[in-house]
Design a protein around this ligand. Structure first.
Ligand code: PEP
Ligand code: MG
Length: 598
């Protein structure tokens, strides 16, 4: 549940913000800011005549907060005892603190800024002083002040609980952050773009934006403090920019760019039924990644050859219970039948990292991407894992399905997962429930230890799929969702290229095929290198299919091999990237890269 923020109207100056492009396209529309505890409150002047109404607003918010706390106090006392409710007594004391209240009012009269801005300033000053105090009692009051402060702020901002699903108008969502489950709730028709303060290019929120086919920019740092409710905003998902309060001439320029981009995309769709084959006859498989069953429409519309990654965790999100075996079976069956005769690779539940499920009380971890996630979680919860495996196996009789395990770090995990799968197969056989007995089992290679020991893994897997989103973050020690270090997140880094080469060579030595389903597979500048390294399958967001196909069809495999060798001899990611972009421009002077650059 996200809360919407209501703020006074002001400033119409054009502001250009640079961020990280998360999903392509250009949208011009009205902003819909969402309130979040982390959100920055903009510093806004008010006129002298509005000081009194700001004080009234403050007092109303205090009264509302008091009523809320009294209700909670009463309920908790009744249900859990007076002792447990004591904390709310402390909250009431903060709320009635005359010193704090008069300081806010005095500052408001003196500085003439919005009351939420002043209140937050005073609150921060108090918590800073108290947290440095030698007195333990006073230090413990910091969390009370913060809790009450957030409540008051929420009431001041007029925050209402709203679900993103319920948006009635077409809007551009602006938020400090959006979780993948928030993004999954966005109604296709009504959220026409989004922009966030934090986040990285391969965060699941960004990936979801591609699958929703809406432009998105993340990691803008200050978009929430620059946007008003209803401000006109341009989201340029190609360049990674957001323009707030654009001038008439900027709007005209962007409308032209938007048309040009859409025409270009439409033109690319002409490739839909053509194979992803190089000029000298090397054909690769160009499949699509999906998050929701509904995405299959886009897979078919963009001419993908099957699904190379079905991220099943979205079936588990935004609900209070776990999906049943039957429910999962129906979803997988629907997807496999729609995609048939092409194949669908179902990835088993990849919970954790930046994807959390409300049904599980998973303890907060310091490093969630290194924690209890994906196959680690499934091996610890065979009940949940088996339910999913049963559903996949049952669906396998309706077409060509494959199973792939996420985050395998070594052969033991692969064996353990396969042992559970064997148990499930036995159970089904016993009950005479049909399934594909020859179903292929693959390992995602996204942990460096798996990449380095891929020679061992290749002996016991039917295929590999390289998950570069995670592989890059683990190999380069760069959190994939942190915008501050996004400059270090380099798919073209020599360490990444060498790991990819190791994986592909080890797989081919054991005669198994290798796909790539991380975002790197959709990076058209790097496609030639991946082709030259011998990648057998590219699996990308459906909207990226035509562009990747165009590059492959324009290239010669013999040249790609030479280029891959050259790229491997370079010492930095930037050198590789510069060369890759140059090659791409030589190959396709009008590649989308031209449109997406400055
Ligand atoms: C990856 O890590 O590259 C991948 C495809 O999986 P996810 O993005 O879901 O972690
Ligand atoms: Mg991954």
């Amino acid at each position: 549940m996200i809360k919407r923020q209501k703020r006074p109207k002001e400033t119409t100056k054009e502001i250009i913000l640079k961020g990280i492009p998360a999903a392509p396209g250009i949208t011009i529309g009205k902003a819909y800011p969402l309130y979040d505890e982390e959100m920055v409150i903009p510093r806004k002047k008010i006129e002298k005549k509005h000081v009194e109404s700001e004080i009234v607003r403050f007092k109303k918010a205090l009264a509302k907060t008091r009523a809320e706390i009294l209700t909670i106090h009463k309920t908790i006392s009744k249900e859990m005892g007076v002792e447990k409710a004591r904390i709310f007594g402390a909250h009431l004391m903060v709320l009635e603190d005359e010193v704090l209240i008069s300081e806010v009012i005095a500052k408001l009269k003196r500085d003439k800024l919005t009351v939420e801005y002043i209140f937050l300033e005073v609150l921060r000053k108090y918590t800073k002083i108290l947290s440095k105090s030698d007195d333990e009692y006073l230090r413990e009051r910091v969390s009370d002040i913060n809790d009450v402060g957030k409540r008051i702020l929420k009431n001041l901002l007029g925050a209402q609980h709203r679900s993103l699903e319920d948006l009635k108008k077409k809007t551009i969502v602006v938020a400090y952050d959006l979780s993948p489950s928030d993004t999954a709730m966005m109604h296709r028709g009504n959220v026409i773009a989004f922009a966030t303060d934090i986040g990285g290019r391969t965060s699941h929120t960004a990936i979801m934006a591609k699958s929703l086919e809406i432009p998105a920019v993340v990691g803008l740092e200050s978009v929430t403090s620059n946007v008003e409710d209803g401000s006109t905003v341009i989201v340029d998902g190609n360049r990674g920019a957001v323009i707030v309060n654009p001038s008439k001439s900027t709007i005209t320029r962007y409308e032209r760019d938007k048309k040009r981009f859409e025409k270009f995309e439409k033109h690319l769709l002409k490739l839909k039924n053509l194979p992803a084959k190089t000029l000298d006859g090397k054909e690769v498989k160009l499949a699509a990644n999906i998050e929701l069953p509904d995405d299959v429409h886009s897979v078919l519309a963009h001419g993908a050859v099957g699904v190379g990654l079905y991220r099943t965790e979205y079936i588990y999100m935004n609900r209070k219970d776990l999906p049943t075996e039957q429910e999962q079976y129906e979803a997988y069956k629907w997807v496999v039948k729609k995609i048939s005769p092409d194949s669908v690779t179902i990835r088993t539940l990849d919970l954790g990292g930046d994807k959390f499920l409300s049904q599980f009380e998973v303890a907060h971890e310091m490093n969630p991407f290194l924690g209890w996630r994906a196959i680690r979680f499934c091996l610890a919860r065979p009940d949940i894992f088996k339910t999913q495996l049963r559903a996949i196996l049952r669906a396998s009789k309706h077409g060509k399905l494959r199973i792939m395990y996420p985050m395998i770090s070594g052969i033991e995990e692969l064996r353990q997962a396969n042992a559970i799968l064997e148990d499930v197969k036995k159970e089904l056989k016993k009950k005479s429930i049909p399934f594909d007995k020859d179903i292929e089992i693959g390992a995602m290679i996204e942990v460096p230890s798996a990449a380095v020991t891929s020679d061992v893994l290749a002996k016991e897997a039917d295929f590999f799929s390289i998950g570069t989103n995670d592989l890059i973050q683990y190999a380069l020690a760069v959190d994939r969702v942190n915008e501050k270090i996004a400059y270090l997140y380099e798919p073209a880094h020599p360490a990444v290229l060498r790991l990819i080469k190791t994986i592909i060579d080890n797989a081919h030595r054991e005669k198994i095929w290798v796909g790539m389903c991380g975002e790197m597979a959709g990076d058209i500048a790097l496609a030639l290198i991946l082709l030259g390294l011998g990648l057998d399958e590219f699996s990308v967001s459906p909207i990226m299919i035509p562009e990747v196909k165009r590059v492959i069809r324009a290239a010669k495999y013999t040249d790609a091999k030479k280029f891959a060798e050259e790229a491997l001899s370079l010492s930095t990611g930037s050198e590789v990237e510069i060369l890759a972009k140059m090659k791409l421009k030589e190959l396709l002077p009008d590649a989308a890269i031209k449109i997406t650059e400055g």
